[in-house]
Design a protein around this ligand. Structure first.
Ligand code: HEC
Ligand code: HEC
Length: 211
């Protein structure tokens, strides 16, 4: 009993220190909150910069040739209509007798100039990144469509990141093989690593879209 009473005042010391720290922090509260807001702002700014890098890849020929708004794929850096009157078909896989995979194998066939990749077919119309006149859609429009799970195949941020990291048709763009004349197809404007890093940065910033 007696020992306890003597110890009691000592117990106040940590409490007192704690209170002083708390008061000190509260006094700086406004400043702390102010810093937080500007950190969030820069994060969104950085996210928007990262998005523009992503957009530059999405709208480059190797990607956008499959993300058309019309009933046919495109080919080449000038994104001209696919030869042989190839058409989209009900599931983007062509039509019987002229299906994509009757020509496009799972790997590039460099001797014949036919590019290849697993399950080669057109992206659905909800994932189009250009208009009927083959002009790339504005950055803000593509961005909003990419984050819209009703349009993007139900992908959340992590699934989008995984798609950019691993999807064979995405990876193909960085290994697009040779054209019929034997020259290499051109690559997207970023390396695959930089593209994935930009996607990660954009997702961490909350997937902001330009207005
Ligand atoms: C008759 C064979 C054939 C069929 C069928 C076919 N393709 Fe192709 N495709 C080719 C050849 C050959 C090339 C290469 C042309 C070139 O590089 O000039 C090509 C190129 C492409 C490219 C261009 C790659 C690039 O970025 O330049 C895309 C995209 C493509 N095909 C998509 C499709 C889709 C989608 C289908 C089905 C709806 C399909 N193709 C059906 C033979 C075919
Ligand atoms: C050979 C055709 C083809 C090429 C080339 C291609 N895609 Fe796609 N893409 C598709 C198809 C098909 C889907 C739909 C996938 C599904 O439903 O499983 C798709 C879906 C996507 C999606 C899902 C979300 C959305 O709203 O579009 C993203 C993101 C995407 N592609 C990115 C890319 C990028 C980046 C590249 C180039 C580096 C690329 N694609 C090249 C055919 C292609």
């Amino acid at each position: 009993m007696l020992a306890n009473q003597r110890l009691l005042p000592l117990g106040f010391v940590p409490l007192l220190i704690g209170s002083l720290i708390w008061i000190g922090l509260s006094a700086r509260g406004v400043e702390i909150r102010g810093t937080k807001t500007s950190t969030a702002d820069t994060r969104i700014e950085d996210g928007l910069v990262a998005w523009e890098r992503i957009y530059s890849v999405l709208t480059s020929p190797r990607c956008i040739n499959c993300h058309t708004a019309t009933n046919h794929p495109q080919q080449g850096d000038d994104r001209h209509r696919h030869f042989a009157n190839v058409i989209r078909g009900p599931q983007g896989k062509g039509v019987p007798g002229l299906s994509c995979i009757s020509c496009h194998q799972s790997a590039n066939a460099d001797s014949t100039g036919v590019p290849g990749g697993r399950n080669w077919h057109l992206a659905p119309l909800s994932m189009r990144w250009q208009d009927q006149n083959d002009q790339p859609l504005p950055s803000a429009v593509v961005c909003r469509s990419l984050i819209d799970r009703a349009k993007n195949g139900g992908l959340d941020g992590q699934a989008l990141l995984k798609h950019h990291e691993e999807e064979p048709l995405v990876l193909w763009a960085w290994n697009p093989g040779r054209r019929l004349d034997g020259t290499m197809r051109t690559l997207p404007p970023l390396t695959h690593d930089d593209f994935v890093a930009a996607t990660r940065q954009w997702i961490n910033a909350g997937m902001p879209c330009p207005r």
